[in-house]
Design a protein around this ligand. Structure first.
Ligand SMILES: Nc1ncnc2c1ncn2[C@@H]1O[C@H](COP(=O)(O)OP(=O)(O)OP(=O)(O)O)[C@@H](O)[C@H]1O
Length: 364
């Protein structure tokens, strides 16, 4: 880090804790976008809101920004401050959207300076802070370019610099990388991750991309139809999903319907000890659903097998070979294996469940 980057990092607010209490949202046309919920975000934390289209992610973000207000009875606090009825200007939030929302007739430097001008920061300090931001986002060489002369990735760097320059109490990011190509998305994601940690800024990041959520979030909030389905670290969400929806939405997931008796899953002629599943308990006895990732099933020798199956598809993914097999339960099942193994379409393979990697739910 250069000296100016260090100064910028130190000068940044340490981060503000945010608490939403009993917040619900009903729009004027009667749409109930959010059921009442509580949500606390620690100072300096990056919290990711993840869920399918229409589940209410953007509405939460807009409520934190002050662009929407919660229904009567809801409260929003930034630290000790009750900001429930404050406007976006009073809340001091920085926002970055999918569409860059930059001023096209201004240069990069003018865009980044904009929020500082509004804050009436003097010219000398403003110029210095703009320089620091441009350096931090690796776009200092573009300071005098007009925004319409930039690539998508460069524009998103300007949008980030512009949002961070006025030292907001919280940074809100709504699908900021969705419009970029895959490689650039991963690169900028890594940079945003490093930047948020370096600045210690409280950040709330909306995405429907679970890989992005895993990569960026200290914690992830999985949303389903206007409700919070689960809050947890990426590891908790991935390895210990609390509902079938979370198990299915996050990661490539397989599901088998089985009958459980005394900790053993009975599937046709197969009898598997599932008492070591991470959430196994006696209450799981009865008709159940077993969820597992592609690493919860492994190809094995015939004498170790729980199942035989037929190979339906094979995808080489570099670090692993992803094999889709049929014949275990009703749906095709995905299994990852050694990328150097040879697996042919139509071949019969032998598979074994890994009990510790299973998640069990009582069937509806
Ligand atoms: N101004 C509005 N008036 C009425 N309904 C709205 C309004 N804004 C959003 N909604 C509805 O509220 C629900 C939640 O919308 P929201 O934009 O928060 O979802 P989302 O999870 O961010 O979805 P996406 O990923 O598609 O952006 C949806 O059913 C949406 O149609």
């Amino acid at each position: 880090m250069t000296t100016s980057q260090k100064q910028a990092a130190q000068a940044q607010d340490a981060g503000t804790a945010i608490a939403l209490t009993n917040c619900a949202k009903t729009f004027a046309d009667g749409t109930r976008a959010l059921m009442p919920f509580d949500l606390s975000i620690t100072a300096g934390e990056t919290l990711v809101l993840l869920g399918p289209s229409g589940c209410g992610k953007t509405t939460i973000l807009r409520m934190i920004a002050g662009l929407e207000f919660p229904d009567a009875g809801g409260a929003i606090h930034f630290g000790e401050d009750d900001v429930t009825r404050h406007s976006i200007e009073q809340r001091r939030v920085g926002m970055v959207f999918q569409s860059y929302a930059l001023f096209p007739n201004m240069t990069v430097a003018e865009n980044v300076a904009y929020g500082l001008k509004v804050q009436k920061v003097g010219k000398a300090e403003r110029d210095q802070r703009v320089r620091e931001m441009l350096e931090m986002m690796h776009i200092d060489m573009l300071a005098d370019r007009r925004v319409d002369q930039l690539s998508g990735g460069q524009r998103q760097r300007v949008a980030l610099a512009r949002a961070i320059a006025p030292r907001p109490r919280v940074l809100l990011l709504d699908e900021p990388l969705t419009a970029l190509d895959a490689k650039l998305r991963v690169r900028l994601r890594t940079e945003i991750n490093a930047l948020l940690r370096k600045l210690g800024i409280t950040a709330i990041y909306v995405t429907h991309d679970q890989e992005e959520a895993m990569a960026l979030g200290d914690r992830i909030v999985v949303m389903q139809k206007g409700e919070i389905a689960q809050i947890g670290t990426p590891q908790e969400i991935y390895r210990a999903p609390k509902t079938p929806f979370v198990a299915d939405f996050v990661g490539a997931s397989n599901c088998l319907k089985v009958d459980i008796e005394n900790g053993r899953a009975l599937l046709g002629r197969v009898d598997v000890d599932v008492s070591r599943a991470w959430n196994a308990n006696p209450a799981t006895d009865g008709l159940s659903e077993i969820y597992f990732r592609a690493d919860g099933l492994m190809l094995c020798a015939p004498h170790d097998a729980h199942f035989t199956a037929t190979v339906e598809a094979v995808s080489y993914l570099g670090e692993k070979l992803r094999v889709t097999v049929a014949g275990i339960g009703n749906d095709a099942v995905i299994v990852d294996t050694d990328p150097d193994s040879v697996v042919r379409l139509g071949e019969t393979v032998h598979c074994r469940l890994v009990p510790e990697k299973l998640t069990m739910f009582a069937a509806n």
